[in-house]
Design a protein around this ligand. Structure first.
Ligand SMILES: [Zn+2]
Length: 246
């Protein structure tokens, strides 16, 4: 069975129960004006798909700011501060760790101010840690630091909301980061997506516009088209997902 057929059948089954899986689209590493950013935002508009752009505060240039602000589909989230690696030698890359927590939080607050000034109401104070990684000790300080949400990768833990943060993660990252650094292919991507579909938790589809090859662009266009039109899927905008439950 083709990957598309498998996904369609999985969504059909959800729709038959009168339900819809909530999904959202996150794109990481935005901030610099480039043709790929243009293409990404054009795609969001073409597909009528809300996109949450994780912007690196220290990368933000004026042209990118103008392009993002002009998009009717974009919400801006905060992707760390400078996407700089502070891991000790041999350890996994991390920006929000490997050094004093107070320094990290001060940097994050500065980055948040940059994005809030640049984007106003289009900015949502949700932290997307670079490499989806942060010191666990920082998490319970984020709400006091002004963040309303946190987005990393994989199934979320039930306890997160007790920390005053809404946690909405990404679950599908269809790039072969450890090999070709290109799109993994439709079969692998759709198999993975079918595995992670979950009626209990919004499912995040993650793109990296700076690392997108032609097959990757085509996949996102086809996927967003399907999700947009299928009654078993509900493409959600970030502000709705990160709103605190009342
Ligand atoms: Zn990143």
């Amino acid at each position: 069975m083709s990957g598309w057929r498998r996904l369609t059948e999985a969504l059909d089954a959800v729709a038959d129960r009168g339900e819809a899986i909530r999904l959202w689209w996150r794109d990481d590493d935005a901030g610099r004006d480039c043709p790929a950013l243009d293409r990404l935002l054009d795609l969001a508009e073409l597909c009528g798909a809300p996109i949450a752009l994780a912007v690196v505060s220290a990368w933000l240039d004026e042209d990118a700011q103008g392009r993002i602000a002009a998009s009717a589909q974009a919400t801006v989230l905060q992707h760390g501060f400078a996407h700089a690696d502070h891991a000790p030698p041999g350890a996994k890359k991390i920006e929000l760790g490997g050094r004093d927590g107070a320094v990290i939080l001060a940097e994050l607050a500065r980055g948040r101010d940059i994005l809030r000034d640049a984007f106003g109401a289009t900015f949502l104070a949700v932290l997307v840690p670079p490499w989806n990684r942060l010191d666990a000790a920082l998490i319970d300080q984020l709400a006091a630091c002004g963040f309303v949400g946190l987005s990393t990768f994989g199934r979320r833990a039930a306890a997160d909301e007790a920390l005053g943060l809404v946690r909405v993660n990404a679950h599908l990252d269809p790039v072969d980061w450890h090999g070709s650094r290109l799109f993994v292919g439709e079969v692998a991507a759709l198999t993975r997506l079918c595995e992670v579909l979950d009626p209990e938790e919004p499912i995040g589809i993650l793109s990296h516009h700076l690392a997108m090859d032609e097959a990757g662009w085509r996949f996102f266009e086809d996927l967003l088209g399907l999700l947009r039109s299928h009654p078993g899927a509900q493409l959600c905008a970030a502000p709705a997902l990160f709103a605190r439950p009342r």
